[in-house]
Design a protein around this ligand. Structure first.
Ligand code: CUA
Length: 195
């Protein structure tokens, strides 16, 4: 439409000049193709987001990062996997330079799992590959992510926010075990991968 060449006299056009209605038709076709692509991309985002439970972390809870170890939810004795009355489990972790505490936790398969994580120092990232679990861990805030594992196995969790010279070595894991096996574990076995 930028080239608004008009042909009021309806005379044959000189060579190389394209009639306006043909230009309009071509431009309309491209507008339709672009809108179609935009629609497809939006649909892909909405469908994958809802079927894979992908969503931006929305939990806003604050906590004092300087007193985590002294008392409260993230005191050492509360870390690791805890069973809730409804059968789900909650995993509490502290991310710090350069480790997740505990560095390995066990959870049962096919069970609602809620991770609650906070940082004792700088921003870290918590990611479980091939799951919907991916959140930043920001000091002063509690990150909460819900998921459920459909297969037993070991999920390695890298820190995926650069947090200093030891960032590349900041790994931990989540071991997903069969339900029967999980109920037989002692509480210290749920927070460590030692036999
Ligand atoms: Cu912690 Cu990177």
């Amino acid at each position: 439409m930028a080239n608004s060449f008009t042909n009021p006299l309806k005379r044959p056009l000189p060579d190389g000049v394209i009639p306006e209605d043909e230009i309009t038709r071509t431009e309309n076709r491209w507008v339709a193709i672009m809108l179609g692509m935009l629609g497809v991309m939006m649909a892909v985002i909405v469908v994958t987001g809802s079927t894979h439970s992908l969503h931006p972390p929305s939990n806003v809870e604050t906590i004092d990062p300087t007193t985590l170890h002294l008392s409260g939810e993230f005191a050492e004795s509360n870390l690791g996997t805890a069973t809730e009355p409804d059968g789900s489990v909650t995993v509490r972790l502290v991310a710090e330079q350069y480790a997740f505490v505990p560095d390995c936790s066990r959870v049962p398969v096919d069970t609602a799992v809620k991770f609650r994580i906070t940082s004792a120092d700088v921003v870290h990232g918590f990611l479980l590959p091939a799951t919907n679990v991916n959140t930043m861990v920001v000091p002063g805030f509690i990150s909460e992510v819900r998921t459920s594992f459909s297969r037993p196995g070991v999920y390695r969790m890298p820190c995926d926010e650069f947090c200093g010279s030891g960032h590349h070595g900041m790994w931990a894991k989540v071991t997903v075990v069969p339900k029967e096996q999980f109920t037989q574990l002692a509480s210290n076995e749920r927070t460590s991968c030692a036999k």
